[in-house]
Design a protein around this ligand. Structure first.
Ligand code: 6PG
Length: 244
C-alpha cells in the first residue's frame, strides 16, 4: 500500500519491488490508454529499471496493448545506440526488443553529435508527440550521490526552468549526456523513483528528508500538484524514519 511521505512524495516499501514496479507500470499504462488512447513513458538507465523491463517482457506480454505504447528516454549518454553504455541498447536488449511496440513509437534519445541541437530536437519531438501533459510516466533511479536521470549535484542544469531536455556532464567522467530537466519531469503526470538495495540505504533518507533545493537532485522530484512515487525495499528504507 502507498504511504504519503509529504505533500510532494508518496512511497512504498515493497516485499517484491520488481514485481510491484512492473504491475504498477502495467496499471499506469492501462489507465493512460483508457483515458487518452496511448501511454507515453520515459525509460531510465540503471540496474533496477533493467529488471523491471525484463519482468515486463517475461510476465506482462499479454497485459498491455503494446501498439499504444510510446517509448522515450529520461537520459542518455553521448554514445551510439549499439554502445555498451547506451540506455537505449539496455532497454531494448533487456525487454522492449521482445515486446511488440511499433518501431515508429520508439523514440530513442539521440545524444550523438552536437548535444545542444540534439536536446532541442528531442524537446521538439516530445512537444509534438505529447503536447502539454508530457509523459504519463517518467521512470527514474537515484544514485548514491543523489543524482537522478543525468541531473548531477551542483550542475547548472538543475536550475533550468524552461527547457525540457538539456545536455549535461559529470565533470570527472565522460561521455557527456542528455537528460530530461526538472520542468519536464515535474510537469509529467507521474515520476517514479526506483531505489532498491543496500547501496541506497544512506541516500534514500537524505533525499527524502532534505529541503527541496538540497545538494541531492532527487529531492526535487515531485510537486504539490503532481506527487512522485518512491519505490523502496527493506534495505533501501532501513534508515527511513517516517516520524522525521
Ligand atoms: C543512468 C540513470 C541513472 C541511474 C542511477 C541509479 O543512466 O545510469 O539514468 O540516473 O538511474 O544512477 O542507477 P541504479 O539503478 O543502477 O542504481
Amino acid at each position: 500500500m502507498l504511504s504519503s511521505w509529504d505533500n510532494r512524495r508518496d512511497f512504498i516499501i515493497a516485499d517484491d519491488p520488481i514485481a510491484f514496479a512492473a504491475e504498477h507500470w502495467v496499471h499506469t499504462a492501462l489507465r493512460a490508454v483508457q483515458q487518452r488512447g496511448k501511454f507515453a513513458v520515459a525509460l531510465s538507465g540503471g540496474s533496477t529499471p533493467k529488471q523491471i523491463y525484463e519482468r515486463l517482457a517475461e510476465k506482462h506480454r499479454d497485459d498491455v496493448p503494446w501498439d499504444k505504447v510510446c517509448l522515450f528516454w529520461s537520459d542518455e549518454r553521448a554514445v551510439p545506440p549499439d554502445h555498451a553504455e547506451s540506455n537505449y541498447k539496455m532497454a531494448m536488449e533487456h525487454g522492449f526488443g521482445k515486446l511488440p511496440v511499433p518501431a515508429s513509437q520508439i523514440h530513442r534519445m539521440k545524444a550523438e553529435g552536437n548535444l545542444d541541437r540534439a536536446a532541442a530536437d528531442y524537446e521538439q519531438l516530445i512537444r509534438r508527440e505529447l503536447g502539454s501533459h508530457l509523459f504519463d510516466l517518467v521512470m527514474l533511479g537515484v544514485g548514491e550521490d543523489g543524482h537522478t536521470a543525468s541531473l548531477f549535484p551542483n550542475n547548472p542544469v538543475l536550475e533550468e526552468v524552461t527547457k525540457l531536455v538539456a545536455p549535461t556532464m559529470l565533470p570527472e567522467t565522460k561521455p557527456h549526456r542528455l537528460t530530461l530537466t526538472f520542468p519536464c519531469i515535474n510537469q509529467s503526470r507521474l515520476a517514479v523513483v526506483y531505489a532498491l538495495g543496500q547501496n541506497k540505504t544512506a541516500i534514500v533518507p537524505m533525499a527524502l528528508n532534505a529541503a527541496i533545493k538540497s545538494p541531492f537532485p532527487a529531492s526535487r522530484v515531485g510537486t504539490d500538484e503532481r506527487k512522485s512515487l518512491w519505490v523502496l525495499d527493506k534495505e533501501s528504507s532501513r534508515l527511513l524514519n517516517k516520524t522525521k
